[in-house]
Ligand binder design. Structure first.
Ligand code: CMP
Length: 139
């Protein structure tokens, strides 16, 4: 592999420790599946009630999850938009960029394919979704 490419894998793991356990084939696959997208402060990346067909990983910058009565900040290394992919339900919150952001978009079909091949990652993402859901219910 060329230097540029292995550097990208290194950066990927550095930014997203949740991918550290995957092998390099999986890392290369992720780099192919991730679609880069930028967002500017104020951009509404996700709107409550919409159908969701993708999830987002934050490479840099910060967003705010806007719930009915609360805001949750998320920064580099975090992800959002996983709930709609896991449950098929509509978007449960607004997600607004509060900074210039570099995001990686993972489309539903790529999510399904990748997660079926990496059940431990699916479990980690599902666990986070469940924790978020529970904290929202008890808010
Ligand atoms: P989804 O429902 O697809 O779209 C809105 C997203 O906001 C949701 O997925 C989660 O990724 C995120 N979200 C919802 N509740 C919380 C929370 N309590 N903390 C962090 N993120 C959340």
């Amino acid at each position: 592999r060329d230097r540029q490419h292995s550097l990208e894998i290194e950066e990927l793991i550095e930014t997203f420790p949740m991918f550290a356990e995957l092998d390099d084939n999986a890392h290369e696959e992720l780099l192919l599946l991730f679609r880069p997208r930028s967002a500017s402060p104020g951009d509404r990346v996700i709107r409550t009630g919409d159908r969701g067909d993708s999830m987002f990983f934050i490479a840099s910058g910060a967003v705010e999850v806007q719930l009915e009565d609360d805001e949750v900040p998320l920064g580099a290394g975090s992800f959002f938009g996983e709930m709609a992919l896991l449950t098929g339900a509509r978007r449960t919150a607004d997600v607004v960029a509060v900074d210039f952001c570099q995001l990686f978009v993972l489309e539903r079909r790529d999510f399904n394919l990748f997660m079926s091949r990496h059940p431990q990652l699916r479990a980690a993402v599902s666990h986070m979704a469940r924790e978020r859901q529970e904290s929202n219910v008890s808010r």
